[in-house]
Structure formats: structure tokens, C-alpha cells
Write a protein that binds this ligand. Structure first.
Ligand SMILES: C[C@](O)(CO)[C@H](O)COP(=O)(O)OP(=O)(O)OC[C@H]1O[C@@H](n2ccc(N)nc2=O)[C@H](O)[C@@H]1O
Ligand SMILES: Nc1ncnc2c1ncn2[C@@H]1O[C@H](COP(=O)(O)OP(=O)(O)OP(=O)(O)O)[C@@H](O)[C@H]1O
Length: 300
């Protein structure tokens, strides 16, 4: 018997970042949108804990206990006094690795839901969200999907209303960026400046609720973008190429280096994808719509 869970990637349509906290994290106003790029996590009984991964970026994924999917199994087993988890976790990876699209977080949320189903632990939604928050700031959102405002370090979620589908193009970069390094660069660039409290933009929340891509394009923002561009200056060329190809808005996704392009409809998304591919400014290009559902059990 095995359990497979499908989990979406995310794009941050707003990422407002506050000053560094004493614990090293930053308070955020983080507006997440789940998009239709997915990993699938399959958990089956085995002699011991083992992780395998398949997909174009699989060689970059750690297969030891630092893998967020393995950590999810370890935390649930520990909390339930189940001892060493004896499971094989297989990740079919389609979300770019170290791309700012919460790929590792998706696998953590997916493995948690799969182990809960396989072991019959019947954790409540609250307990699952609590374990997700322990695994990482983005992991609770990977579980719930849709659209949500994340506050605190991004783990405290409020679901948001979305009035339609938004069509995106994502440009994958030739190398990854480390999330802590991008936050450190944010701190360095912010030195000597007053950092305001992060707040969600009302115009942005209205645009999401109205399903209005033009209004959303005018309101998107990412406070980590200058830091990501400082560490990876070539991303400016990708952003320019997407704008030139007709994107309504172009921004770095989360901590990057994946860049995200909002378009009006699937036809313009296809045109922007074509323009980006022809520009030679990125490794590969994908289109996806959001919102997408959160972690979902496919088969058990
Ligand atoms: C950039 C985003 O992807 C936007 O959604 C997230 O804020 C990052 O979420 P994540 O990858 O789940 O991050 P975590 O695993 O919780 O933290 C990794 C590192 O990122 C930095 N970090 C993360 C979240 C946050 N609110 N403030 C931070 O400063 C910290 O250096 C932390 O040690
Ligand atoms: N299941 C996993 N898949 C991918 N990376 C993982 C996984 N578990 C741990 N990692 C580690 O986490 C690092 C970040 O990978 P990930 O793909 O989650 O980045 P990200 O998409 O930029 O994250 P975020 O958007 O949440 O900041 C990787 O370089 C890898 O070392």
C-alpha cells in the first residue's frame, strides 16, 4: 500500500519584508498564490527511512534526513511516539529547486499528509499546520494552497478570496539562490534605513478578489527583489525580456531566482513564454495558472 499526494508551487504576489527580528527571521506580509506546477510525493512502507527523487532538477535535491519530506516523516513519527519511520518517500519533482517557488516546502507538506494517511494518525488540521510551521515558513501555505496572506514569518495564514484564474509564465534560471543569503542581502541593503512594518496592500487584495489581472499587475511587489538582483544581476535581463514580450507585470518569485510574469489570458501567456524562450535569458520557461489547490491525496 502507498499514498501519493500532489502539492503545488507558489508565487508571492506581494512580499513585504520588515526588519530582522532577534531570532534572525523577518516579519512579513506575504501574499501567496498557489500555481499549477506540482510535485508528487509517494510514501510506502519500507525497511527504513529512504528518500528518492526523479525529475530534471533531481540531482540537486538532498536525499538524507535534511530533505524536508524526510523531516516531515520524522517529526510526525516523533510526535506520535512511533519510533523511527520505516518508509520510502519518492518525490516526482517538477517544481524548480532553490527557485523561490517553495519546492522543498511542497515536499514537506506532501510527505506529512501522505504519512498521516499511511499511518492512520488522523492529525487535526491544526496539528498538521503546526508541524508545517516547525518545518519552515512556507510549508503551511503548501498544505492549504489557494491564496493566503502569511504574517509573522509567513506561517500564520489567512485564506484570501480569489475571483478568477490568473495566467503566469515562469522563467527558470541557470542556477539557484539560497533563501537565507537573499534575506542577508536584504539586511545589508537596508543598513542605516528605517524599515516600515510590513502590511498587505488593499489594492492587491481587491485585485485578487476581483480576479482582475490588470489591477493585480499594478499592485504586485517584492521587497526581496533588489536583494535577489544584487546577487544575480542577469535576472534584470530576464525581467526586461518578459516585459518586452507583453507581460502585464514582471517580478522575482519570492527569494528568486525564478522570475514570474503575469499575463492577461492563456494566449498572451503563450506569447510571453515564446518571447522569453527566444530571448536566451533563462534556462527554461513554463506556464501555469493560479490559484491551485493545496496538498491533495491522489491515491491511497
Ligand atoms: C522567501 C519566501 O519563500 C517567501 O514566501 C519565504 O519567506 C522563505 O520561506 P522558507 O524557505 O520556508 O524559509 P525557512 O526555511 O523558514 O527559513 C530559511 C531562512 O530564510 C530566512 N527567513 C525566512 C523567512 C522569514 N520570514 N524571514 C527570514 O529571514 C532566515 O534566514 C531563515 O533561516
Ligand atoms: N524536498 C526538497 N526539495 C528540494 N530541495 C530541498 C528539499 N529538501 C531540502 N531541500 C534543500 O532546500 C534548498 C532550497 O530548496 P527549495 O527548492 O525549497 O528552494 P526554494 O523554492 O527557493 O524555497 P522557498 O521558495 O520556500 O524559499 C535546496 O537547495 C536543498 O538543499
Amino acid at each position: 500500500m502507498s499514498v501519493t499526494v500532489r502539492v503545488p508551487a507558489k508565487v508571492n504576489v506581494q512580499l513585504a519584508v520588515g526588519a530582522a527580528r532577534p531570532d534572525g527571521f523577518h516579519d512579513l506580509a506575504n501574499v501567496f498564490l498557489a500555481v499549477g506546477l506540482h510535485d508528487e510525493v509517494t510514501v510506502s512502507p519500507a525497511d527504513e527511512l529512504r528518500v528518492t527523487c526523479a525529475g530534471p532538477d533531481a540531482h540537486q535535491v538532498p536525499l538524507d534526513r535534511t530533505n524536508l519530506a524526510a523531516r516531515a516523516a520524522l517529526v510526525l513519527a516523533e510526535r506520535r511516539g512511533l519510533g523511527e519511520p520505516a518508509v520510502h518517500i519518492h518525490i516526482a519533482k517538477d517544481i524548480p529547486v532553490a527557485g523561490g517557488m517553495a519546492g522543498g516546502s511542497a515536499d514537506g507538506a506532501g510527505a506529512l499528509l501522505a504519512c498521516d494517511a499511511l499511518w492512520g494518525t488522523h492529525a487535526s488540521r491544526e496539528e498538521l499546520l503546526d508541524i508545517c510551521a516547525e518545518l519552515g515558513s512556507d510549508v503551511p501555505f503548501s498544505l492549504v494552497g489557494g491564496a493566503a496572506l502569511g504574517t509573522g514569518r509567513g506561517e500564520k495564514l489567512r485564506a484570501l478570496e480569489v475571483g478568477g484564474s490568473f495566467h503566469w509564465v515562469f522563467a527558470m534560471a541557470g542556477r539557484g539562490l539560497s533563501t537565507p543569503a537573499v534575506f542577508r542581502e536584504f539586511d545589508r541593503l537596508a543598513e542605516g534605513r528605517d524599515i516600515p512594518e510590513p502590511v498587505a496592500s488593499e489594492a492587491l487584495l481587491d485585485a485578487l478578489a476581483d480576479g482582475d489581472p490588470g489591477a493585480l499587475a499594478a499592485a504586485v511587489s517584492n521587497d526581496l527583489q533588489p536583494a535577489a538582483l544584487s546577487l544575480f544581476p542577469e535576472l534584470a535581463d530576464t525581467l526586461a525580456a518578459g516585459r518586452a514580450a507583453g507581460a502585464l507585470a514582471a517580478l522575482v518569485s519570492g527569494s528568486g531566482p525564478t522570475t514570474a510574469f503575469l499575463t492577461r489570458d492563456p494566449e498572451s501567456a503563450a506569447k510571453v513564454a515564446e518571447g522569453l524562450t527566444a530571448s536566451g535569458t533563462c534556462r527554461s520557461v513554463r506556464t501555469a495558472a493560479g490559484p491551485a489547490a493545496g496538498a491533495t491525496v491522489l491515491s491511497a
